[in-house]
Design a protein around this ligand. Structure first.
Ligand SMILES: NC(=O)c1ccc[n+]([C@@H]2O[C@H](COP(=O)([O-])OP(=O)(O)OC[C@H]3O[C@@H](n4cnc5c(N)ncnc54)[C@H](OP(=O)(O)O)[C@@H]3O)[C@@H](O)[C@H]2O)c1
Length: 257
């Protein structure tokens, strides 16, 4: 396979933000590989987008990740962009004894441990690339926590800080580190969450987010915080208590995920 064409690996690209971003990179002539756990979802994506490459792979499964590294080497001569996107969000009431401890630990594993694992195993391939980039998808909630999803908010704040920390470390290896902090986006992750009724938190279509990301990405921006996320960043500095209260008028979820 020729290295003239750049290769991007997007974890969790079978729906939502990952899929919209995948389409953007396909339009721009990249080899695009998307992963996910559910093969039916991936096969549906492949049916709709024949040029995409799909791999069933769980970011939490060490063996899956090692196999993926080998496949990327064999099929594409390695990857150029690692797009850490896979994520889940649980609505949790920490004040209830029935607070789904194992689900919260899985959430931490997918949202925070997995990007660290992915970078660890893909580092040799990224070091070989002339245009290496790691993109971590955190959230506007890395700036201001959403109380209904406290563990989720914690994972995204952790990812945000990890991203800032690895950026200067990877620079000498010519690996650029970019963070995408999406606002509320209309994807399956937000199905059934009450904030959809709040006008200030109106979800953005994933295609719009992908367009905004692309514009900033090609301009070399390192921290991409579209729409509401930009406001959350500003307000978290100017009036942190006020913005926390605004976002958390209903701190206890009416139902759990
Ligand atoms: N939507 C929003 O409002 C919003 C806002 C801020 C940040 N984000 C972040 O954006 C990212 C994408 O979320 P989304 O909104 O696009 O949600 P989504 O449509 O539910 O997409 C999540 C993707 O991750 C995959 N996934 C989940 N667990 C995985 C695992 N263990 N291994 C591999 N793939 C896995 C899912 O496929 P399978 O289930 O088949 O594995 C799916 O393809 C997440 O990191 C999320 O936290 C979303």
């Amino acid at each position: 396979m020729s290295k003239m064409k750049q290769t991007i690996l997007i974890t969790g690209g079978s729906s939502g933000i990952g899929l919209a971003i995948a389409k953007k990179f396909i339009e721009n002539n990249y080899n695009v590989v998307v992963t996910g756990r559910n093969l039916d979802k991936l096969e549906k994506v492949k049916y709709d987008l024949p040029s995409i490459h799909i791999e069933q792979s769980d970011v939490c499964n060490e063996d899956d990740v090692k196999k993926l590294v080998l496949k990327m080497e064999q099929n594409f001569g390695g990857i150029d962009i690692l797009f850490n996107n896979a994520g889940i969000m649980n609505l949790i009431d920490a004040g209830s004894e029935d607070n789904q401890l194992n689900k919260q630990f899985t959430e931490i594993e997918i949202n925070f441990h997995a990007p660290i694992r992915m970078l660890h195993y893909f580092l040799p391939q990224l070091k070989k690339s002339k245009n290496a980039v790691v993109v971590n998808v955190s959230s506007g909630l890395a700036y201001v926590p959403f109380a209904q999803a406290p563990t989720y908010s914690g994972t995204k704040a952790a990812l945000h800080f990890w991203t800032m920390g690895i950026r200067p470390q990877l620079k000498p290896h010519n690996i650029k580190v970019v963070e995408l902090l999406p606002p509320v986006v209309d994807t399956p992750i937000f199905d059934g969450i009450d904030v959809k009724e709040d006008d200030n938190l109106k979800p953005m279509p994933p295609e719009k987010l992908a367009n905004l990301f692309w514009k900033d990405f090609i301009n070399g921006r390192e921290e991409i915080a579209p729409g509401l996320s930009k406001q959350l960043k500003l307000m978290s500095r100017l009036a942190p208590k006020f913005i926390f209260k605004q976002l958390n008028k209903q701190p206890i979820p009416s139902k759990r995920t």
